[in-house]
Design a protein around this ligand. Structure first.
Ligand SMILES: Nc1ncnc2c1ncn2[C@@H]1O[C@H](COP(=O)(O)OP(=O)(O)O)[C@@H](O)[C@H]1O
Ligand SMILES: O=C(CO)[C@@H](O)[C@H](O)COP(=O)(O)O
Length: 483
């Protein structure tokens, strides 16, 4: 018996088809998403269809789940049509709306009520932005969904009357605990939507998706929904991508997952909900019925992409340059060496949406290609290590880090990791762990038993001396925050 899992992520849609019993990868598919921080959801649906075609169809698959990028605002009108392009998690135009909501309710109050202090990424702030900047669109909103909710709805056959077999039944929208917890108007503590905060953000009531439990069915597919998708495939609840990755890795308490993809994320499994009034750690829910304290940064793999592009090298040559730079001792370098604070796209953790990156410690000796490559990796990792410390401050147990995401395989990243993280780091075999989590959920939904598939590790990195790097990074980051 086969199952399938999707990861509809920021940059692409990835699909894995796995054997339900052993977890063996049978085939996979992939398609790219458009660039930009506002995207027509239709592009995700086209990419999902292309990923299905790329994988040779799902005719032999018994169950499927969709995980996806969190927070994105999909606003639907009463006819089930998307009202405007979706504003994604990395769109910072709603930074002012986040400040307004915090001013109205208070950071500590919101953290206690919905587990997190809103930042520009959260759906609630995007709704407030819509109310304030596009009031005609805001007035037409009849339902609000997240990317994975909307894709699940479409896969079940719902959508505008002329585009879907089942038509625009908004009440058929579903989501899961993990993605609901990233909206800013769902409480991980009570498990309920917070409609007062929804109305405070948008200005009026709307239909919100029904929140499914981790192994609950969203429904099953019908005829004619998508080429390569037969009728009768069981559709699981889906998940936010980070909760999907935690499930895909079978992460347990004591494990902290650090992902270096489009976003940088640090998340851990917790038995009880968290509420961090500093806003550094969002108290999300996970995809197993537990909780997922999470910090997300806007600046991760793309900082390395940008630095590699500047240096005119590909990923492999960039990794070699970083490894070369990592061998250079910091001692004796006046100022201690280059420090790159990587706020290229503004930053979310810490909450500095208007910030830009800074390169400090420049001397004639330090400003080398290898030094710059190394500093870019160090900066991205130090930013994530600061977030890890914020988890510890909340009482999260940190026994080891699991390093995943597109850039985790880089030898340059792996050369720097021991000097930044003060706990052992395991690097699971390169894979699509978000899509794998969705596939595990599909099995769980189908059989009522959470699968126990193995996870292979390809590297184990023990902590090493940081040569004062974390302290120098902290000083430079503090200078930016103080501005
Ligand atoms: N060997 C590598 N070294 C550094 N970065 C890499 C490498 N391979 C992929 N990446 C980067 O990883 C990012 C994609 O990460 P991924 O986790 O797949 O994305 P997403 O966050 O969209 O799911 C891209 O920015 C890509 O350039
Ligand atoms: O905003 C968050 C988590 O809070 C991001 O993790 C998004 O969920 C996007 O993830 P990727 O597409 O980068 O994997």
């Amino acid at each position: 018996m086969l199952v399938a899992g999707f990861d509809s992520s920021t940059q692409s849609c990835k699909l894995v088809v796995r054997d339900a019993e052993t977890g063996a990868l049978v085939r996979s598919g992939r398609a790219t998403h458009p660039e930009g921080t506002e995207v027509p959801p239709e592009a995700w649906w086209r990419a999902l269809a292309a990923a299905v075609a790329d994988a040779g169809g799902l005719d032999d698959v018994a169950a499927v789940s969709i995980a996806g990028q969190q927070h994105g605002l999909v606003a639907l009108d009463a006819e089930g049509r998307v009202i405007r392009d979706a504003l994604l998690w990395n769109d910072t135009r709603s930074a002012g709306a986040a400040r307004d909501l915090i001013a109205e309710f208070g950071a500590a109050y919101l953290a206690a009520r919905v587990g997190a202090v809103p930042v520009a990424s959260f759906t609630s702030t995007k709704l407030r932005w819509l109310r304030d900047h596009e009031p005609e669109s805001a007035a037409r909103v009849a339902a609000v969904a997240l990317p994975h909710d909307w894709l699940t709805w479409r896969l079940l056959g719902y959508g505008p009357a002329d585009e879907s077999p089942l038509g625009p039944d908004l009440v058929a929208l579903t989501t899961d605990r993990s993605d609901a917890s990233g909206t800013g108007y769902w409480s991980p503590r009570t498990g309920d939507w917070d409609r007062e905060l929804l109305v405070a953000a948008l200005g009026h009531e709307v239909v919100l998706p029904h929140v499914l439990q981790p192994n609950e069915r969203a429904g099953e597919t019908v005829e004619g929904v998508l080429p390569g998708v037969p009728r009768g495939v069981i559709v699981g609840a889906g998940a936010g991508d980070n909760a999907g990755a935690a499930l895909g890795l079978d992460a347990r308490e004591g494990d902290v997952v650090v992902s270096i993809g489009t976003s940088g994320t640090v998340f851990s499994i917790a038995a009880a909900p968290t509420a961090d009034a500093t806003g550094l750690v969002a108290g999300f829910a996970d995809a197993t019925g537990a909780f997922l304290p999470l910090s997300a940064t806007l600046n991760a793999a793309r900082v390395l992409d940008a630095t590699a592009a500047l240096l005119g090298v590909d990923h492999d040559a960039f990794g070699a340059l970083v490894a070369e730079g990592a061998a250079v001792p910091h001692e004796g370098e006046r100022g201690g060496g280059l420090v790159l604070v990587p706020y290229f796209d503004g930053e979310r953790t810490p909450d500095l949406p208007e910030a830009t990156g800074v390169l400090a410690g420049i001397t004639r000796a330090t400003l080398t290609r290898a030094g710059l490559a190394r500093a870019s990796v160090e900066g991205v990792l130090c930013n994530l290590a600061e977030a890890l410390d914020a988890h510890r401050a909340l009482g999260v147990t940190v026994r080891r880090v699991l390093l995943i995401g597109g850039a985790a395989v880089s030898p340059g990243v792996q050369a720097v990791v021991p000097h930044v993280f003060d706990v052992p780091v395991d690097v699971p075999a390169p894979g699509e762990y978000v899509a794998d989590g969705a596939a595990r959920q599909a099995v769980w939904t189908l059989t009522r038993v959470r699968p126990d598939w193995p996870v292979e590790t390809v590297a184990h990195l023990d902590p090493a001396d940081d040569h004062g790097l974390r302290e120098r990074y902290r000083a430079e980051a503090a200078r930016i925050a103080a501005r």
